[in-house]
Design a protein. Structure first.
Length: 186
């Protein structure tokens, strides 16, 4: 599935995700983000309320076109601070494995795709995992989501968590069904 195209016009997203969209904007341009949302039919977004996913995707596309994919990455990072999460998340592994559950908790109304997780094990002291994203959100947003959660749930004794996109040609930006991200930490 390509970026920015909801699988169904009935799919809705919870206001906490819309709040993350707004939180991703630097304070000096936050009003611009609200204006873009309003232009696409999301006026005065409230947490706990649901909004058409396509309206949010259209807003994200406009932001990506006007600014850059870096803004969409920032918005994705804010999901870790704003989205509803399943209970008992206490490690990086449980968090990454639960992103799909959280994704489904924040959407309703039909098919939305998924986030796949596979722990690859430890090589030379480096933990490795793979996340496969099959959803209508932009690639940069997904990268930000994964990076935001990885930083939030980074083990206390961890030196760093690195998220990188797969170098293969399979990417939603190029019209493919999914994107793959590799997560590593020590």
């Amino acid at each position: 599935m390509a970026e920015f195209q909801s699988y169904s016009p009935r799919v809705e997203v919870v206001g906490e995700v819309v709040a993350a969209f707004i939180a991703g904007f630097p304070a000096e341009v936050r009003e611009q983000g609200l204006s873009i949302l309003a232009k696409h039919g999301i006026n005065d977004p409230q947490t706990g309320q649901f909004y058409p996913l396509q309206a949010l995707l259209d807003s994200m596309k406009e932001i990506g076109d006007k600014h850059s994919s870096q803004m969409l990455l920032r918005v994705g990072e804010q999901i870790a601070a704003n989205a509803k999460l399943p209970p008992n998340l206490d490690t990086l592994e449980t968090c990454l494995a639960s992103i799909d559950v959280a994704y489904h908790m924040n959407h309703r109304g039909g098919e939305i795709g998924h986030y796949g997780y596979k722990y690859e094990g430890v090589q030379n002291g480096l933990h490795r995992a793979t996340m496969t994203c099959v959803n209508p959100y932009p690639c940069a947003f997904d990268w930000g989501v994964i990076e935001g959660f990885a930083k939030r749930f980074k083990p206390k004794d961890c030196v760093d968590v690195v998220v990188r996109q797969s170098s293969d040609e399979q990417c939603r930006r190029k019209g493919h069904e999914s994107c793959t991200y590799h997560v590593s930490w020590m």
